[in-house]
Design a protein around this ligand. Structure first.
Ligand code: NAD
Length: 362
């Protein structure tokens, strides 16, 4: 690729603040490695609604279609909470995932050794944790129809539908097995097959797909047990495969293993290089505008973009190494602060990582 076209959608709240820092780091990587990244920014979420009346304006979608990857900050906020669901900021995210068929959401849960004491869990439980959650992203409860409210004999009833097809399960299972094959060859598939019909199909299909990966050890786990095991003994996991809703909840739980949701990146991909990269966290209205948000999740998401969309492995590693170096030097945003460390703002953290990147490559 002569140039890499990146659609930048900062969105709402801290999305704006953390995206700015990720761009700074990407520009530094581009300069140092001689890569041409072309950034084009567009509106998304509540900010887009305020300016255009919709959370995902057609110009934004067009820009994404003409780009090689999307870097997104976060969307949402109290201000837009009472809008009808199709106009809420979150609708933009769901539409982007569905429109581009980004069915595989990869969420690495990596514990940076200098942060081990920032986690509420004990060091001996956490040490060595390195998990990747593979979450199905375009099916299940979040998209199933009917999704509506009705009146039933004068009573208001709300309905969401959990639905999965064999082909949807098969393609996400293949992504998870391939990732497991390149790691510790250990896969835990999480479902609720004792209760849910979708989960029974999920388990059958995952077992079928497993036939093609005899080198990968497969375990099945109920989601309630998985939630418990993640805190009891996170080291037992390598790759966790699960459906949309369970993955949403488990990955936030797993965030606490790393100390802060502000550390967790994610990639939403479809297998052909195109992808959307965003931090796992939301727009954090409680700290927006204060300059204290942790930009590392977004910076690490941009490293995932270099790796998965552009195959720039060396550049991706340079970013990850720079993050580790800055943490080793003791710099912390408030969410990961502990005694004796140096507290810094969002922009200070971004510029420290930029600096470390220049130093370590030159
Ligand atoms: P959140 O992730 O925004 O915040 C949860 C908590 O984590 C808050 O206390 C927040 O201050 C803290 N936090 C989050 N990111 C942080 C960071 N980078 N640095 C330091 N602290 C951080 O989740 P929420 O409060 O449940 O949701 C807020 C809004 O974000 C809602 O409107 C929600 O719908 C939206 N949301 C959007 C996305 C997304 O854009 N992908 C994801 C989740 C939630």
């Amino acid at each position: 690729m002569a140039e890499y076209r990146i659609a930048v959608l900062p969105g709402d709240g801290i999305g704006q603040e953390v995206t700015r820092e990720a761009l700074r780091v990407l520009k530094a990587v581009g300069n140092k490695f001689g890569r041409k990244f072309v950034f084009q920014e567009a509106l998304v979420g509540g900010t887009a609604y305020d300016e255009t009346g919709v959370p995902l304006p057609p110009e934004t979608l067009k820009l994404c279609e003409n780009s090689d990857a999307i870097l997104l900050g976060a969307v949402g906020g109290d201000k837009w909470d009472n809008l009808p669901s199709s106009l809420r900021p979150e609708a933009a995210l769901l539409t982007l995932r569905k429109h581009f068929d980004l069915f595989a959401n990869l969420r690495p849960i990596i514990l940076f050794p200098p942060l081990i004491d920032a986690s509420p869990l004990k060091r001996e439980i956490l040490e060595g944790t390195d998990i990747i959650i593979v979450r199905e992203l375009t099916g299940g409860l979040y998209f199933g129809k009917p999704k509506e409210r009705r009146k039933n004999n004068g009573d208001v009833v709300a309905v969401d539908t959990m639905i999965y097809s064999e082909s949807e399960i098969k393609r996400i299972a293949n992504v998870a097995f391939q990732i497991a094959r390149n790691r510790r060859k250990l896969l835990h598939s999480v479902d609720k097959a004792n209760i849910l019909e979708t989960s029974r199909l999920w388990r059958e299909v995952v077992n079928d797909v497993a036939q093609d990966y005899p080198d990968v050890e497969l375990h099945h786990l109920y989601v309630d047990n998985a939630a418990m095991q993640l805190l009891r003994n996170p080291r037992q996991f390598d790759v966790i495969l699960t459906e949309n809703t369970f993955g949403d909840i488990l990955s936030d739980e797993a965030a606490m293993l790393t100390g802060s949701i502000g550390m967790l990146p994610s990639a939403s991909i479809r297998g052909d290089g195109f992808g959307m990269y965003e931090p796992v966290h939301g727009s954090a209205p409680d700290i927006a505008g204060k300059g204290i948000a942790n930009p590392i999740a977004t910076i690490l998401s941009s490293a995932m973009m270099l790796r998965f969309s552009f195959q720039l492995e060396e550049e991706a590693r340079a970013i990850e190494k720079a993050v580790l170096e800055v943490l080793e030097l003791g710099y912390r945003t408030p969410d990961i602060m502990s005694d004796g460390k140096k507290q810094v703002s969002t922009t200070e953290m971004g510029s420290l990582i930029e600096e470390a990147l220049y130093k370590s490559i030159s």
